[in-house]
Design a binder for this molecule. Sequence first.
Ligand code: FAD
Length: 403
Amino acid sequence: MKDSFDIIVIGGGSIGLAAAHYASREGRKVLVLERFGYFNDKGASSGAERQFRIQYNEKEISQWVLDSIPLWEELQSEYSVELLKTVGCLWFGNPKVTGAEGQIEAVTRVMRELNVPYEALGVREIEDRFGFNELPPAYSGFFQRHGAAIHVQATLKTLHRSCTESGRVTLKSRITVRRLESNPDGVTVETDQGVYHGARLVVTAGPYVNEVLSLLGVQLDLVIWEMVGAYFRQIDPAVKFPTWISFDEKSGDDPMLYYGFPETDWAHSGHYVRVAANYPVRTFRDVREYKQAAEPQCVKKISNWVKRHMKGLDPKPHFASACMCALVTEPENEWVLRREIIMDFAPEAVPHHRNVVVCASGWNYKIVPLLGKICTDLALRGVSPYDLSKLRLAEDVMAQSAR
Ligand SMILES: Cc1cc2nc3c(=O)[nH]c(=O)nc-3n(C[C@H](O)[C@H](O)[C@H](O)COP(=O)(O)OP(=O)(O)OC[C@H]3O[C@@H](n4cnc5c(N)ncnc54)[C@H](O)[C@@H]3O)c2cc1C
């Protein structure tokens, strides 16, 4: 006999665990299937920290971030844990350059429209207040005080704990999904550990989403970015870095797009600060191409940037690592994002397609709780209070083969 659940979640990363957390809060019986171990370093949620920022080029996404704040606060207070370390967020550089996260000019416009407070800054203030050095005189930027570093592993552990303690969520790991069938009764999931039935299926497999969707006969037009970062030892304890992103035009073979975090002991004790490249070292479509190795040339570029502009850090890199994220990019330029988030039912080509909810793509850690809640809304009620029209799996997001 098949085990039956209200919702089966494929992908026990941050969004999958958040979906299970909210479904269990509604008294639903949930099964989470994770292909590797929980808290693994093979998906988009690997590593210690992510940036929480309100500012986006798109007003709707900024509003989603604002709406996520009470959900983060609820998790923090219920589990007495610090998930967001609020140190503010600094963006600086050439305000007309668009990087992976947006553009200084565009996001300041959105912040004004939404009455999000920020301080406009000239280059001297950026250097004096935040410990950066030798920035080009034409640079400008802003500081948004609600920006934060997100403690990724604590978030995963909190959501996992909530699922475990609920008594309603079955968490399976190291499981291989072999076959999926969406039928009038729901979804049947065949795995190497058994066959399960769910009234609804939520697919939150991160960069592996196409591997799962291929079992339903569809594919999304996603590009996977392999990205690299490293830790640098803080040698000037007086400098307190916020979360930050720098924007500039490419110079020679250096894309000149970097970002970083405050000092935390989340990954390594001993006063280390993470600085990373805000561009892909490689892009590919087949997740099996992921090497999970920090490309040395990129680490060198990050280190050179640190040497020039962050004299409070020793420029020798430590603990360099890679991570990957699946994104919807412009067809002619895989470095430019076309969509931040996908949140929808499976494409209509899938039988009884509203049995299956798909959430993927983008810089979404800051809205993990909200995305988990929306997955649950779509799975349980078929609707969300949010306007999802711009996140749909429209024609342009389907891979050629699936159109
Ligand atoms: C380098 C980098 C920097 C980023 N920086 C930021 C940032 O500063 N701010 C921000 O908001 N966001 C950021 N992001 C994005 C953010 O990390 C992701 O949006 C978020 O982690 C996605 O979580 P997820 O649960 O969708 O995916 P994942 O964490 O990848 O989870 C997917 C899970 O599904 C499992 N899985 C895959 N296939 C299967 C299968 N067949 N069966 C069962 N399980 C399966 C995987 O093992 C994994 O555990 C960054 C991403 C990267 C890569």
